[in-house]
Write a protein that binds this ligand. Sequence first.
Ligand SMILES: Cc1cc2nc3c(=O)[nH]c(=O)nc-3n(C[C@H](O)[C@H](O)[C@H](O)COP(=O)(O)O)c2cc1C
Length: 198
Amino acid sequence: MLYDATRNDHGLAIDPFKALIVPRPIGWISSIGADGNVNLAPYSFFNAMSDTPAYVVFGSHGLKDSRRNIEETREFVCNLATWDLREAVNASSATVARDVDEFELAGLSKAESRFVRPPRVAETPVAFECVYEQTVSFAAHDKETGYAMVVGRVVGVYIDDAFIKDGRVDSAALKPIARLGYSDYAVIEEVFRLRRPD
Ligand SMILES: Cc1cc2nc3c(=O)[nH]c(=O)nc-3n(C[C@H](O)[C@H](O)[C@H](O)COP(=O)(O)O)c2cc1C
């Protein structure tokens, strides 16, 4: 098939779009509001856009707590979502009141970040401490319902030393999980290497 994405006339029971952009890494975002409330939620419209300097982005569908907090206090942390923490990742996505701390909801501990105020998830082996750069709102949408992209600059990178072997991060050992379509996920356990042509 080839469908009109503006009219979204795919004719399927469920929109296939997210099942086609796969696998999507998950930014498990911790933030703090101006009132001091701590927040944690997963975002799979997430990726790094550059490395030196490193920038990350995530897409928020409407003005959710993470985006609101980050725009208020201008810092956040992207924690790595892993196989071992999959239930906690999912639990932290619950739609709850703004003053609910999803670390507690998901049974997670907070570890102090080094460069920013929001804590990282103590149980996860990788976290990126970020400073808010800007929000890019997509056209023809209002703030409450439309998508916007939140951009942050990475100012600190936490890696559990146990995952560094011979000077390289063992990505497969981290067992990162990634989002597919519907309620499906993938887990990275196998890697292969391809050297670029000279
Ligand atoms: C794996 C996963 C990925 C998600 N990705 C997104 C996303 O990219 N954008 C979004 O707006 N919501 C996404 N959600 C839903 C949010 O996590 C959910 O709305 C959450 O309550 C938002 O929390 P907050 O209001 O504390 O920021 C995702 C949920 C899950 C389980």
